[in-house]
Structures are given as structure tokens and as C-alpha cells.
Design a protein around this ligand. Sequence first.
Ligand SMILES: NC(=O)C1=CN([C@@H]2O[C@H](COP(=O)(O)OP(=O)(O)OC[C@H]3O[C@@H](n4cnc5c(N)ncnc54)[C@H](O)[C@@H]3O)[C@@H](O)[C@H]2O)C=CC1
Ligand SMILES: O=C(O)[C@H]1O[C@H](OP(=O)(O)OP(=O)(O)OC[C@H]2O[C@@H](n3ccc(=O)[nH]c3=O)[C@H](O)[C@@H]2O)[C@H](O)[C@@H](O)[C@@H]1O
Length: 443
Amino acid sequence: MKGDDRVKISVIGCGYLGAVHAASMAELGHDVIGFDVDEAKIRSLSAGEAPFFEPGLPEILKSATASGRLRFTSDVTELKGAKVHFLAVGTPQKAGEYAADLTYVDLAVESLIPQLSEGDLLVGKSTVPVGTAARLAARIDASGSGALLAWNPEFLREGFAVKDTISPDRLVYGIPEGERGLVAKALLDEIYATALSNDTPLVVTDYATAELVKVSANAFLATKISFINAMAEIAEVTGADVTQLADAIGFDARIGRRFLNAGVGFGGGCLPKDIRAFSARAEELGRGESVAFLKEVDAINLRRRQRAVDLVVESLGGQVYQKKIAVLGLAFKPDSDDIRDSPALDVAVQLHGLGAEVVATDPEAIANSARKHPQLSFTETVEDALHGAEAVVVVTEWKEFRELDPVAAKALVANAIVIDGRNCLDAEAWRAAGWTYRGMGRP
Ligand SMILES: NC(=O)C1=CN([C@@H]2O[C@H](COP(=O)(O)OP(=O)(O)OC[C@H]3O[C@@H](n4cnc5c(N)ncnc54)[C@H](O)[C@@H]3O)[C@@H](O)[C@H]2O)C=CC1
Ligand SMILES: O=C(O)[C@H]1O[C@H](OP(=O)(O)OP(=O)(O)OC[C@H]2O[C@@H](n3ccc(=O)[nH]c3=O)[C@H](O)[C@@H]2O)[C@H](O)[C@@H](O)[C@@H]1O
């Protein structure tokens, strides 16, 4: 690609998704401008610094901002002149409701419309309720800007976000019918040329299918996790071991072992809110019953956090008041500093609510946790967390926790009781070192 031939890209919303998308598109050789209303985020990104923890992001941010292929702004008028505009703003759960809050999407589109020119393409990446793209397409048509809309859902996983963006396992384009659709597809093909040249599967479809692919993928993943957690509940009353069960059913290629890790369940900024928004949208469409099982998926998931708390209380003879408990993990998953709807943080907060002296640690998520729950105590080192603890609960399976030496850990604690909320420790080794080990769905 020669510099002047490159399609100019804008990315609207530079959070966990947008910042990675902007930097990755620049890494692939495109000219990119990222826009966000959060000025602190823009300052950090402009300095080539990632405003959150994501492996690989700092490196590509630095190289792309230094090369001039990537810049950031909080002035929306600077998006004028870009040809393809990716929409990556948040779609959180509405306060007190299940439905998605589309305020940010609508505000972003309104602020973008005056910057659009004939033939520009707006590409939706945010996860939205089915029907949103058609509504936004009508709004853009009515604006008279002559711009087009495509929906191109994103499937990246935090912790692997850069790799998943540069080498996605599939691409989905939701495009309008006819000539306009072909124009949209050609622009997307140009942007994703590298992935397409590597035989990345491509599904070209209508808006509604593209929107539904995204929410159904997340609903399926959430269901898979709650399925194994439901088996964990049955294992707990029968003496069976859910980890062996998962291995055994996972050998069936039709089932597969991935996403069958029982524990404190799923969290994060997506799976929980996406299944709730899907339920709410299905109800609006008069098809609530079709996805009624997602309410059960959610309920099973939330019970598992409670189960971990109950195990701690039970292991300490029924009460945790004024007892020091080491909570290992705060992020919703390892290799992330994201604490949105984190089961780990929830367990820490619940134990604190029962009067325990919670001391929590996490390699990356302390700052975010302390902002949200200043009532908790945090420490940077596992050793400080363990020192004098009457019970230890592992709730995020960071490598440094998985690889803890049970013999050395035992020398620090007051009571050798460990609750493995992620079934990530070697139970045999911990028991052999003299610990009382309790897993999730394990004898
Ligand atoms: N985080 C993830 O791994 C993935 C997220 N998604 C979806 O992507 C969307 C964004 O998610 P995250 O990046 O996690 O959220 P986030 O909260 O980290 O980022 C959203 C960003 O949008 C900005 N914003 C809000 N209103 C704006 C406006 N009017 N103009 C410009 N910027 C604005 C916010 O300041 C924030 O920086 C959601 O719909 C989510 O479901 C999809 C796949 C993966
Ligand atoms: O829409 C999104 O934002 C993204 O949501 C998830 O990605 P992510 O939230 O980054 O993390 P996952 O790896 O899916 O894990 C989600 C949660 O499930 C939990 N989990 C995962 C797997 C498992 O076997 N058991 C389990 O409890 C994790 O600990 C974590 O809390 C999807 O995997 C992505 O494909 C999707 O793009």
C-alpha cells in the first residue's frame, strides 16, 4: 500500500475494544485516527501509552504513534476526511434493567454525521440489540450525508485482544442489499486484506444476522460455562469431580474441552450484560421464551460466586468476622485489569460484607478495584496477602497464583485452608503440603 492510497480510518470510542482496534489497524499499515470523549484516555493514548492492561498493546501503540500512522483526538471534527469510521463505544447494561443502554451509540452517531461525506462507510463494532443497525442506517440515510453503514461485530478476547484483532478466527460483515452493499464490502475487504489473504473465513450477511451472530456467540459461551457449573453443583452433592467430568466429555470433539472450566463463573464487560440485553431484546420482539434459558444461565453463574463465599465461611467453622482472608485475584480473568462484573471482586466484597478482614491482591487490577471499592484492603504482593491469613481464596487464575508453592505458602498463613475458586491449583500437591483444599465441584 502506498501512503496516499491508504484508506483513512477513524475509530470512535477508544476503550478496551476501540484502542486495540485503532492500534491494530495502524499496525496493519492503515492511517488511523482514534476519537474518544474521555480526554484523559486520549492524552494517554496520544503519548503512546495504553490506558489499560492488555498484552502486546503498548508495543504496537508506541510503534504506530511514532510512525505517524496512528493519532488520537477528542475533537470530533478531526474525523472529517476519514473514509471508514469504526464505531466502538460502550453499550453497557441500563441501570436497574436488563436492556442495553444505547445512549453512547446514538450520541456518537449524531456527533459523527456532520463529519461524514458521500461514500463514507460507518462500521458498527459495538455489541448491540438486533435491529439497531437498521435503525442507524435509516438515520444516516435521513441525514443526507450519502454515507453507508455496515455491521462488523468483534469477537476479540481480552488478554488476547491484539492477536485476535490482527488474526481473527472469522470476519462477519452485515451489509445493505444491492450496489451499496457491494461498495461497503469492497471497503471492508480492503481494510481486512491481510486477514483475508490468510484465508480467514468471511461471512457476508444482512444487518440482523450480523448483530445476532455476535450476541448468540456470547450467549453460547456463557451457556457452556453455566452448563459445566451446573454439573459442578450436581458433583458437589454426589462426590463427583467436575474437572474429570469436563475432561471426559471434552474428548468428544462435538463438545470440546474449551470453556468447560467450572469455578466462580463468568464476568467481564460483555458476557453478563450481553446475555441480559439479549433476553430483554427477545422479550421486546415477543420471543422472550426462545432465550428464557439465558436467565437460568445467569442465575447459575451468580450462584457460583456465592458458593465460593459459602465455602470460605464453612471452612472457617461458620463465621468469618474479623478473620483475615487472602483473596488472590480481582480481575474478571487473568491477563486483564478489567473488573467489570468480576466474580473475583464480587467474592472479595461479599466476604468484606460479612465482616472478614479481606486482603486482596492482583497483578494488574488493584488500581481499578480500589477506585470502585475503597473499603477493601489491597496489597501488591501475594506474600503480604497470605501473611497471617486464616483462609486463602483463589478467584482469578493468574499464572503467579497457579504456580504458588504450597509449602512456602503454608509457612506464611495462620490456617492452611485454600478455596480454589478456579480449580486452577494442583489439589494433590496442596493437600500433600498439609493444606485443606476445597475446589468448585470437586470432592
Ligand atoms: N471489551 C471487549 O473485549 C469487547 C467489547 N465489545 C463491545 O464493544 C463495545 C465497547 O466495549 P469496551 O471497549 O469494552 O468498552 P469501554 O467502556 O472500555 O470503551 C468505550 C469507550 O467509548 C467512549 N465513548 C462513550 N461515548 C462516546 C462518544 N459519544 N464518542 C466517542 N467515544 C465515546 C468511552 O469514553 C470509552 O472510552 C461494547 O459494545 C462491547 O460489548 C465487543 C467485543 C469485545
Ligand atoms: O464480547 C466480548 O467482549 C467478548 O467476550 C468474551 O471475551 P472476554 O470477556 O474477554 O473473556 P472470556 O475469555 O470469554 O472469559 C469470560 C469470562 O468467563 C470465564 N470463564 C471462561 C471459560 C471457562 O471455561 N470458564 C469461565 O468461568 C472467565 O473467567 C471470564 O470471567 C468472548 O470470549 C469474546 O469472544 C467476545 O468478543
